[in-house]
Design a binder for this molecule. Sequence first.
Ligand code: FES
Ligand code: FES
Length: 179
Amino acid sequence: MTIVYDDNEDQATDVPVRRIRFTVNGQKKIAEVEPRLLLAHLIRRGIGLTGTHMGCDTTNCGACTVLVDGRPVKSCTMLAVQIDGRAITTVEGLASASELHPLQEGFREEHGLQCGFCTPGMMMAATALLEENPDPTEEDVRWALSGNLCRCTGYQNIVKSVLWAAAKLRGAGSEAGEA
Ligand code: FES
Ligand code: FES
């Protein structure tokens, strides 16, 4: 809702802010945010983690998916104030300083990306799946990624990438690589 005020001289014009504490990729943060601020905007503009993409702003595409306390969330659908006290993981939190995450390796090995716009969201949704189900079927993967759209329509290889990563995480990386 948009509220329009008469411009009286004595009327306060400051927008109220809320202070929130959270962790992002393991780092503790405090932010002062307007109650209307979207989590996606806090992540991209406030924290500068631009790996989280925004494709639609209307909960359709899944490009903005991050993990909130381990669960996948479309960050254009959540307010920043709702993460007070919670842990956020973005795509930047997957790799270590020296190694790619197996999902990132999987996308490289199985050609799981074309333009790459949907990739961060796909990886975060897949991360949540593999945490919960280390040995998913192809159908499980397709179901877990069903909220994420790829405009390049590379779904076949995205699914293969996630299955590759699942195998690697289960300790069968060499077999997956040979497949
Ligand atoms: Fe959030 Fe598309 S930008 S679902
Ligand atoms: Fe281009 Fe998915 S790789 S949108």
